[in-house]
Design a protein around this ligand. Structure first.
Ligand SMILES: [Ca+2]
Ligand SMILES: [Ca+2]
Length: 106
């Protein structure tokens, strides 16, 4: 087992062209953060940690209504990353640009 810590979500460019995104994060398919309103050059503290075995998937979405939500990309972490310190993941799906800092600990 290892623990994934999600620290900060940074938005370089939103997916929505009309202003803020409503960003949310799923861990292994379950919502763990958001939706939070976020615009270009803004960041949000996530402050979520989850235990996992083997590998885990973190998905980033922009909530839209009535249209379907936009998938902004994913991050796959593995137990073997434990102890490697803080890393930065990049999400560039659907024309957006986000980064997220995270860390895997044993
Ligand atoms: Ca959108
Ligand atoms: Ca949206």
């Amino acid at each position: 087992m290892a623990t994934l810590f999600l620290y900060t979500l940074m938005c370089q460019a939103t997916q929505d062209s009309t202003g803020e995104d409503e960003a949310y994060i799923n861990f292994n398919g379950q919502r763990v953060f958001g939706p939070t309103n976020i615009n270009d050059a803004q960041s949000r503290e996530i402050g979520v940690f989850r235990r996992f075995e083997g590998q885990a998937t973190v998905d980033l979405f922009d909530e839209d209504s009535p249209d379907a939500d936009d998938f902004l990309g994913n991050l796959i972490v593995s137990q073997g990353e434990a102890g490697q310190g803080v890393k930065i993941a990049t999400f560039t799906g659907s024309g957006a640009h986000y980064t997220m800092s995270y860390e895997v600990k044993s």
